[in-house]
Design a protein around this ligand. Structure first.
Ligand SMILES: O=P(O)(O)O[C@H]1O[C@H](CO)[C@@H](O)[C@H]1O
Ligand SMILES: [Mn+2]
Ligand SMILES: [Mn+2]
Length: 393
């Protein structure tokens, strides 16, 4: 028996996606472009092969990395198979379920949502109307409509390049529970539109100058189309611990004990605290959302670089807690290049870095499909093979 710790660094792509053109993302490279913008020192991730993976995926060694780094882990990189470059697609594919159907997206028009949907939402949720109704960055749109929202009680509704309906409202004047109710109505009304997630985006503050989103964001996701690694483990009685957004992303299916924490550092602390107690044969899975939410979408390469360095500095604490037979996997779900146009995700390859005490450095190369990660974990934990992916063990 053995255990697996899966850390998903939300949006930490390394460029080089063969189908980036299809998304208008040819040349996007989250890690590479951050490293070109700000001095970046990630010695621990580099020792697990991050630079090697980035070079192999994109053809460029990110600035600040060297090919001569002494490796103590195993590395490869993943090419996404799913149609979308969104969070659920990336996470589900990592857990052995690539998304081959087409999500429902909204056009870049104003309004962007079908009138039948917004009419039904206004009627069923008993709203005085809606604001926004377009593609937007979540922080920009609360600055634009937040004051009107506080006066009129009309929620702010918007979308992105992902299959999402996001609803922002003031936590105090509108109320958090009321926002969640509105989101539940929107969720019910949007299954037919094939929308991946409805997301509650509460914020606080007095005026446009100081509106801030809170940690009470909540995602209402559809369920993965087939049983994931998490479901398979749960079915055979293995322990699963899900930290941060993981519960929401997998629609609470197979996610076991869910632990919430806000901020990368608190997510890391929660992971460290849970790590020693994970049962043999179990999986602990954490999503580190700040990279994406606070820096990638906000197009802030400096903040993104600092967050990567902070994560890197914490990593030795996790490595030190691993026992013989444990496997740590560090990967990402998609890219979100903070130097790219717009505010959306970017189609990129992802790093796959692993560490097991005593295991020799090695490379498992290019993996066609993130599902190889789930399949490898299934093999490591000794459960039946998943429906997709090839193990590199
Ligand atoms: O701009 P904000 O509200 O952060 O939204 C971003 O976060 C959404 C969900 O993770 C993505 O689809 C993207 O649009
Ligand atoms: Mn993501
Ligand atoms: Mn995102």
């Amino acid at each position: 028996m053995s255990r697996t710790f899966l850390f998903i660094l939300d949006s930490v792509g390394i460029g080089g996606a063969p189908d980036a053109d299809r998304f208008g993302d040819r040349g996007a490279n989250t890690l590479g472009h951050i490293a070109a913008h700000v001095p970046l020192s990630l010695p621990h991730l580099a020792s697990l092969g991050l630079g090697h993976a980035a070079l192999a995926a994109s053809g460029h060694l990110p600035k600040g990395f060297t090919a001569e780094t002494a490796l103590k882990g195993q590395w490869g990189f993943g090419v996404e198979k799913s149609n979308g470059k969104d969070t659920p697609s990336g996470h589900w594919e990592i857990a052995g379920v690539p998304v081959s159907f087409d999500w429902g997206y909204f056009p870049k028009t104003v309004p962007c949502f079908p009138k039948s949907f917004t009419d039904a939402l206004i009627a069923q949720a008993e709203l005085p109307g809606l604001l926004g109704n377009k593609h937007a960055s979540g922080t920009d749109i609360i600055a634009e409509f937040g004051e009107d929202h506080m006066e009129s009680s009309r929620p702010i509704i918007y979308t992105s390049a992902d299959s999402v309906i996001q609803i922002a409202a003031h936590e105090e004047t509108f109320g958090l529970d009321r926002l969640y109710e509105v989101c539940q109505v929107a969720r019910e009304l949007s299954y037919d539109l094939n929308v991946g997630r409805v997301i509650a985006r509460p914020f606080v503050g007095a005026d446009a100058g100081d509106f801030t989103r809170t940690g009470n964001r909540k995602d209402y996701s559809i369920s993965p189309p087939a049983p994931t690694l998490l479901d398979r483990l749960t079915e055979v009685g293995r322990e699963v611990i899900s930290i941060g957004k993981i519960g929401d992303i997998y629609a609470h299916s197979g996610t076991g004990r869910e632990i919430k924490a806000v901020g990368n550092e608190a997510l890391f602390e929660a992971s460290l605290a849970a790590l020693p107690g994970l049962a043999e044969g179990g999986l602990l899975i954490t999503n580190f959302v700040d990279f994406d939410m606070l820096y990638g979408h906000r197009r802030d390469p400096r903040g993104y670089g600092a967050a990567l360095e902070a994560f890197d500095a914490l990593l030795p604490e996790a490595l030190a807690l691993l026992k013989s037979g444990d496997l740590l996997v560090i990967t990402a779900d998609h890219g979100c290049d903070p130097t790219w146009r717009g505010s959306d995700h970017t189609r990129e390859c992802v790093p796959i870095l692993t560490f097991s005490p005593g295991a020799a450095p090695a490379s498992f190369g290019r993996r066609d499909g993130f599902a190889d990660i789930g399949q490898t974990i299934a093999a490591h934990l000794g459960i039946a093979p998943l429906g997709a992916g090839k193990s590199w063990l």
